[in-house]
Design a protein around this ligand. Structure first.
Ligand SMILES: [Zn+2]
Length: 315
């Protein structure tokens, strides 16, 4: 494989292909579903090269691919579905897997939503790092953005752009920039930009918790939702006050969490994205619409990976 990689580098592409990765061993945890309030088991299981990431409802015996075209609902979290099975609140785990560079994995669970844990992605990063990461056969594909794609709704927007200098060394990463505006003074206007790596995700995004407005909790409970919600797994904002006794992990924890959600939602592209993301007040729905818009026109992107490499080497 190393000789192929050398030939690939010599062929003039902007970055060498990376091996695919999975976990070294299976690892499990148990937690509470945010909306159901029920105990949920989660098991991350190494998967064969090239199989990608999928969820298995062990209580139903059905598998659900972790892909954008299986998103069935984005009202409060991102929900994937196939006929007969759903799995919700997947975005924090998907973000952790994308940041840690996991390509192939089977995610087993016995309920319709993943455990919320502390409301952030940090416990998932801990699970992944505890299990260990291994390179295995096959090469990772990536999705290179070739021209701008934009979706918008009520003043919010989400965009993907090509790198400004696609043949420079910077040309293969994913740069993200997001700003959010909330009327609650405790949140206000917040912005954040970073290049996604395991290190930046771990240091800047992973521990940022989901949040809710105090005024919305009663409505959620009346709708039979957020039964598992508490100050242990969500920030609760009331105007200029933070209701959690331990306060915030960062003053701008809110934009950090929204960017974490973007990383998780866009991980449903099925491979790492090479390009730039720019978002304004975006959420699960727009993030998913952005992937639909990206893949709706083959001129928007190209898949760079093993097949492209073999073509290039053969030429
Ligand atoms: Zn979230």
């Amino acid at each position: 494989m190393s000789s192929l990689r050398d030939r690939y580098a010599v062929s003039g592409m902007d970055s060498a292909p990376a091996p695919r990765r999975t976990l070294r061993a299976a690892i499990s945890c148990v937690g509470r579903g945010l909306h159901s309030g029920a105990d949920v088991s989660l098991k991350l299981v190494p998967a064969a090269p090239g199989t990608g990431i999928s969820f298995r409802r062990t209580d139903l015996g059905l598998d659900i691919p972790a892909r954008f075209d299986h998103v069935a609902d984005t009202t409060l979290c991102t929900v994937l579905a196939v006929p007969g099975a759903r799995i919700g609140t997947i975005e924090h785990l998907m973000a952790a897997l994308a940041a840690c560079g996991i390509d192939d994995l089977l995610i087993e669970t016995n309920a319709a939503e993943l455990p919320i844990l502390d409301g952030s992605a940090a416990p998932f990063v801990f699970l992944i790092e505890s299990a260990g990461i291994v390179e295995h056969a096959g090469l990772r594909e990536r999705i290179e953005i070739l021209r701008p794609v934009r979706v918008e709704s009520n003043g919010a927007f989400a965009e993907l752009h090509p790198h400004a200098h696609p043949h420079a060394n910077a040309g293969s990463g994913f740069d993200l920039s997001l700003d959010i505006v909330f009327p609650a003074p405790a949140i206000g206007t917040q912005s954040l930009s970073l290049r996604l790596t395991a290190e930046t995700f771990g240091a800047e995004l992973a521990a940022a918790r989901t949040f809710t407005l105090a005024g919305e909790i009663a409505a959620l409970r009346q709708a039979g939702l957020a039964k598992g919600g508490s100050l242990d797994n969500a920030i609760v904002v009331d105007g200029e006050k933070i209701m959690n006794p331990t306060g915030l992990r960062w003053p701008d924890e809110f934009v950090r969490h929204k960017l974490l959600d973007v990383v998780g939602d866009l991980a449903l592209a099925g491979a790492p994205i090479s390009g730039r993301f720019i978002g304004h007040c975006t959420g699960h729905r727009l993030n998913n619409l952005l992937l639909h818009a990206l893949f709706a026109d083959a001129a928007n992107y190209r898949i760079v990976g093993m097949h492209a490499m073999f073509q290039r080497v053969a030429a």
